[in-house]
Design a protein around this ligand. Structure first.
Ligand code: UT7
Length: 320
């Protein structure tokens, strides 16, 4: 009998501190009007100096585990998607596993930048649906405030911190119906934090650098393609999508994608105004919001999709 992995709990966490566009006006040469018209962002959350990606992940994970109605000890796989890990090693997933008091489950990080959660969810699905794992914890957690140049107005207004998590369990009932992942490393210079460590010293710039226009065009193109690929694999039409939850980078990217797919605005979950771009955390944060406010209901088709540095992109189609 075919077995599926099913999301049985979602959770999220946003740091207390809110940085508004007005706050940014006093930091760089920008305006609330420019940020809102070009990106749709009104505010973003910023982690406290002592909060690391694993701390945000821990709070989101506890919410998801509670919603799933299981114990942390029932988790037998931990995957964290992050571009802003606590340290070079061990992985943030291992640090999170320890903070949750779990021992001996596999734990590892996935690095696919803003597509990280989609990559992590697709990976966990393969462990769970094949019976390798029973209950997987999949988290997207980011502290982009640490890798932003706060003097660079072209990037520092765009990102925020946060974490989202889901618990997947093995079930006869679907579940994740499909996942599709892609990458094209020839775009690696277009969006990067191109630093490395040599003999204890940072070489290159450790801040986000980006060709915004190129990223914008690519994102709109592949978010449409990824959604169509997911629909085709399941013999579904755009009208069969109950909820589209794309990566939250820019409201203009989100609305262009929905328009190209012919999906009405009411079926698109958008959190970018409140959260900014939280990279690997953006999709699970938006998912948790739509689950908790009752928008997502049983048996609905939910398309999750991401795009980000690499470039990487992909989709997961979920029957809720
Ligand atoms: O998760 C993936 C990560 N990245 C993205 O998703 C970003 C994708 N790209 C975008 O969202 C958009 O390209 C941006 C929001 C980054 C930029 O919007 P745009 O409409 O493509 O603007 P632009 O880059 O063409 O810049 C227009 C102008 C420039 O001035 P000039 O050269 O026309 O005089 C910029 O210098 O806006 C200026 N500008 C700003 N002005 C005020 C750039 N940043 C700012 C700012 N405030 N924060």
């Amino acid at each position: 009998m075919a077995m599926y992995s099913r999301i049985i709990g979602t959770g999220s966490y946003l740091p207390e501190k809110i940085l508004t566009n007005l706050d940014l006006e006093s930091m760089v040469d920008t305006s609330d009007e420019w940020i809102q018209t070009r990106t749709g962002i009104k505010q973003r959350h910023i982690a406290a100096p002592d909060q690391m990606a694993s701390d945000l992940a821990l709070a989101a994970s506890r919410n998801a585990i509670q919603a799933a109605g299981i114990q942390a000890s029932d988790i037998d796989l931990v995957i964290v998607a992050t571009t802003t890990p606590d340290m070079i090693f061990p992985s943030t997933a291992c640090i999170l596993q320890n903070k949750l008091g779990i021992v001996s489950s596999p734990a590892f990080d996935v690095q696919a930048v803003c597509s990280g959660f989609i990559y992590a969810l697709a990976t966990a699905d393969m462990f769970v649906s094949t019976g390798k794992s029973r209950n997987a914890l999949v988290v997207g957690s980011e502290v982009y405030s640490r890798i932003m140049d706060w003097n660079d107005r072209s990037t520092c207004v765009l990102f925020g911190d946060g974490a989202g998590a889901v618990v997947l369990t093995r079930d006869q009932k679907p579940g994740i119906l499909s996942s599709h992942l892609h990458a094209d490393g020839s775009y690696s210079q277009v969006l990067s934090a191109p630093a490395s460590i040599h003999s204890g010293k940072i070489q290159g710039t450790p801040f986000i650098t980006m060709e915004g226009g190129t990223v914008f065009k690519f994102a709109v193109k592949v978010l449409e393609e990824a959604a169509l690929e997911a629909l085709q694999a399941n013999d579904l039409q755009p009208s069969d999508i109950d909820w589209l939850i794309p990566h939250q980078a820019n409201i203009r990217i989100i609305t262009s994608t929905a328009k190209k797919l012919g999906i009405p605005e009411e079926k698109v979950v958008a959190t970018v105004a409140q959260h900014g771009n939280t990279s690997a955390a953006s999709v699970p944060l938006a998912l948790d919001q739509a689950v908790r406010d009752g928008r997502i209901q049983p048996d609905q088709n939910v398309v999750l999709e991401g795009v980000g540095g690499g470039f990487t992109w992909g989709s997961v189609l979920v029957r809720w």
